[in-house]
Design a protein around this ligand. Structure first.
Ligand code: DHE
Length: 520
């Protein structure tokens, strides 16, 4: 008996020390990585895994990430399933070049285009009785659906299937009639909120980050990790207009695009680049930002085909910055951008008209600027951002760029929201032992006045408000989750609707009026 116990103990120790027989790396990859990163390493829910795409990965970092996971992403640690040498083999495997990287240029994008409904045949009035500006889209990740919620009845109006794994905020046409969705594997969809049907779809990339709709409603810009491109689509039928390769001005280096945002007062798009220390501004008409250098690149796809586009369309203004900026926040006139790198530490304030950094802000941890919000505080405007690594909300004065307060929370948070008609700002505790908590912060005292625990033990996160700010809608972010409706004044629960892993929520009115309490 004792002998058997000792043999068992030795075997466990042997495995823990990495002495067990190593499984072939291809088998490990398909068992542990392919589901999220794609069988051919081209990316899916997780990014593509090959050297061109992983240039910023420090030496040894791959081993660390495979073993321990990556904070603020869906990447878990595999130290318990894989031996030390298996982790090392996988880290080496993903650094080996791919034999073929599929082309995804204009020809492929055009070929993927699907027109489900000719826009000229769509009705010109809503075909339902709900207030079209008080609809809220709820993304349900468990079974890839969107529920369209009637914000007055607080009841689902319709639920429609989406492409696999939507990510980033849903975006609306300026009049709020159409909603645009992007999936991590590159599909862009346009849905009509009058007739409640899909209009068009196109696959703009292989691994996509997000999309932005221009202030004039004519262009949809898509940010891709793979290939390293921005893709302009005309917004009516989603036909591709231009593929913009994201390359260094002088060198062969190219970059993934972390995200693209519309800056309507500037008539431009602004893109965050993951692998080049630059911010790109891309004007979409003549009244664009005053200073820019046009650097339009012909795009040649794998077969060398030249695009039939107006070369002067979408010129690129490059703004050099001191670090890679992965994540952005803008002031309301879009004159300033606050950017941070995911490596964390500090934020840079870039004045967009002059095109240079004007200030540094000390923000420890990993602020999640794209979830930041604004409000008026003691006669000035402040922004507040959750933090993906630390239990804190940082409140920053938008004029002096000084930190007004660091509000301690029960753990790292992902999302923050408020509304002009409520005195409170809501922030979740998205990860860690307190992932079931949501804090309510008084916007004037900057104190947490209540902490909600709507479903003990279950992840609660991401709040959106109804059009009038009367109700706050909170996700219980679980397979068999729910949408919890709170009275935003009394903070009492009003009702609970079962939903399948509800994630982001987007109210048409709050989004198209660019409420200061919502993300960009
Ligand atoms: Fe997101 C928005 C980046 C992981 C859910 N996320 C955004 C935006 C960016 C971003 C740049 C703003 C774009 C926009 O709205 O147009 N997200 C990143 C990352 O870099 C990160 C940390 C790693 C990654 O895997 O890409 C990341 N994000 C996640 C998740 O793991 C989340 C929680 C689950 C998921 O769906 O993948 C997630 N991100 C979201 C949501 C929004 C979002 C729901 C929109 C929030 C909003 O209210 O606008």
């Amino acid at each position: 008996m004792i002998v058997r116990w000792m043999v068992g103990l030795l075997a466990v120790g042997w495995v823990a020390l990495g002495g067990a027989e190593e499984r072939p790396v291809a088998e490990l990859y398909s068992r542990y990585c392919a589901e999220c990163h794609h069988a051919e390493r081209l990316g899916g829910v997780g990014p593509a895994l090959f050297p061109d795409n992983l240039r910023r990965l420090q030496k040894g970092e791959a081993v660390e990430v495979i073993g321990k996971g990556r904070a603020a992403t869906q990447m878990p640690g595999f130290a318990e399933q894989l031996s030390v040498s298996e982790i090392a083999s996988l880290a080496q495997f993903i650094q080996a070049p791919l034999t073929t990287i599929p082309a995804w240029g204009m020809a492929q994008i055009q070929a993927s285009h699907l027109l489900h409904r000719e826009p000229s045949t769509l009705p010109d009035k809503p075909q339902h009785a709900a207030d079209p500006l008080n609809l809220t889209m709820v993304v349900e990740l468990a079974d890839h659906h969107v529920t369209v919620l009637d914000g007055d009845a607080l009841q689902p109006l319709v639920r429609f299937p989406t492409r696999f794994a939507l990510h980033g905020g849903l975006k609306f046409s300026p009049d709020g009639r159409f909603v645009f969705l992007s999936s991590r594997d590159g599909w862009i969809s346009k849905y009509d909120l009058y007739s409640l049907q899909l209009v068009a779809e196109v696959r703009a990339g292989l691994n996509t980050r997000n999309l932005a709709v221009s202030g004039d409603g004519k262009t949809v810009m898509v940010a891709n990790y793979l290939p390293h491109t921005l893709v302009a689509l005309e917004a009516e039928r989603l036909h591709p207009v231009k593929v913009i390769p994201v390359v260094a001005e002088k060198g062969p280096e190219s970059s993934r695009v972390s995200a693209v945002f519309a800056a309507p007062p500037r008539n431009s798009f602004i893109a965050a680049l993951k692998d080049l220390p630059e911010v790109w501004e891309i004007p979409y008409n003549d009244r664009a930002a005053p200073i820019y250098r046009a650097t339009v690149h012909d795009f040649n796809n794998a077969s060398g085909e030249k695009l039939p586009v107006d070369e002067s369309a979408f010129p690129i203004r490059r703004i050099a910055v001191e670090d890679y900026l992965d994540d952005f926040f803008f002031d309301l006139p879009y004159r300033h951008l606050v950017g941070t790198s995911r490596n964390g530490g500090s934020g840079q304030v870039v004045q967009l008209d002059v095109g240079r950094k004007i200030q540094e802000i000390a923000i420890p941890g990993m602020p999640h600027l794209s979830s930041g919000i604004l409000w008026d505080y003691q006669g000035r405007q402040v922004m507040a951002t959750p933090n993906l690594k630390e239990g804190m909300v940082t409140v920053i004065d938008m004029k002096t760029w000084q930190v007004v307060k660091r509000i301690e929370t029960q753990g790292p948070g992902f999302f923050m929201r408020s509304h002009e008609n409520t005195p409170y700002a809501w922030v979740d505790v998205f990860t860690g032992p307190h992932k079931d908590l949501v804090h309510v912060i008084d916007k004037q005292s900057l104190e947490i006045i209540k902490t909600l625990n709507p479903a003990p033990g279950k992840t609660s996160g991401h709040v959106e408000f109804t059009r009038d700010g009367r109700y706050a809608l909170l996700s219980i972010w679980e397979e068999d989750g729910a949408l919890v409706v709170y009275d935003s004044q009394t903070l009492q629960e009003v009702k609970r609707l079962p939903m399948r892993k509800p994630s982001g929520k987007y109210n048409v009115f709050n989004k198209i009026t660019r409420s200061s309490g919502t993300s960009h």
